[in-house]
Design a protein around this ligand. Sequence first.
Ligand code: MRU
Length: 358
Amino acid sequence: MKQLQSIKWEDGKLTIIDQLLLPLETNYIQITSVEEGWDTIHKMQVRGAPAIAIVGCLSLAVELSKKEYQDKEELFGTICTKLDYLVTARPTAVNMKNAVVELKKYVLKLHTDSKVSTQDMVTRTCGWCERFLENDIDNNKKLSDFGAKSVLAAADGVDKVCLLTHCNTGSLATAGYGTALGVVRSLHSAGKLEHIYCTETRPYNQGSRLTTYEIMCEIMPGTLVCDSTVAALMAHKKIHAVLVGADRVAANGDTANKIGTYQLAVVAKHFSVPFYVCAPTTSIDFTLPAGCHIPIEERPNDEMTCVAGKRLACPGISCWNPAFDVTPADLITGGVVTEVGVFKPSELIQKLNTNDTF
Ligand code: MRU
C-alpha cells in the first residue's frame, strides 16, 4: 500500500512536503535551522499537531549538529531558548509544548551528568528527537488498531463500516499512518471499510486538499462532503462512527480540534452516532483541567475571504476566524482512542496521568 511520507529524516537531513501546494504539486522542502522550522510550522507548510512537534524537534537536531558549542552551559542555554521559541509557532496544539517539557528534562540530566561531554550531549539530544519521530509512527499504528476494534464493536456486528472524518489526521499530519485517518486505514486494510466520508474543512480546506489526497493515494472508497452537509449525510446514510483528531485534550477530556469539530459532535449526538477523538497521549494536556483554558489560534481573515488567492467575500466585511473549537467531553461518546487503549474522557486523568499537574 502506498503511504505518503510528509516528513523525511535521512542522514541528519530534514525535508518536508510543502502542504500548501498539495494536492496539485508534491514538492519537498529542506529545513536547515530552527528559524526555518518555526516558519514552516507558522505558515502551515507542515501542520497537524504531531507533525508540528516532530518537525520542531528535528529542526533543533539539524541546527545542533551543524554548530560548535564552547561548553555544556552554552549548549544547554541554546537548547532551552530554541525550544521555547518553537512553542510560539502555533498556540493550540499541545504536542510541541509536551515535547519541550520532556526534552528539557532529558537535556537537564545530560547537563548535570559530569560524564557527558558537550559533543555527547549534542548527539544524545539529536537521538532523542529521532526517537520522537519513530515513536509517533509506532504509536499511531497501535492507536489505529485499538480504534478499529472499538469502532467495529460499537457497530454491532456489521461486516463493513461507513465513517465520517474531519480535517486531515493522516500521514501528512503525523510522522506516518495517522490518528483518526489511521483508524480508517487500519479498517481498510482489514477489509472492514465500506466508505469514508471526509469534510472539506473550511476555511483552510485540509479535508479537500489533504485528506482526499491520502484517500486517493491508498485507493480507499471515499467521498468528499461540504461541512454543511453533515446533518443531511447522517439523515440519509448510515454512518457508524465519526472519527476526528485532536490538537489538545484537556484533563477532563474536553478536546480542541479543527474548527467545525464541535458541530460534528453535536450532530453525531443527535443521530446517536458514536463520536471518537483519536489522539496519541502526546496530545493530552494534564496541566489544564478543562477545555475553556485551551488557547485558540485565530488565523488571518484572508484565509476565509479568499480561496486560492481569489477573493470571494465582499471587501470590507469583518471576519472571525478561529482555527479550532473545543468539543465538550460529554459529546465524545465513542471515547478517546490512544496508543494505550480507548478511554472514556472522564477516565483519562485517572488512567493516564502520571504527574501531579494541578
Ligand atoms: O490547523 P491544522 O491543519 O494544523 O489543524 C489540524 C487538526 O486540527 C488536526 O485534526 C489535529 O492536529 C490532529 S492531526 C493528527
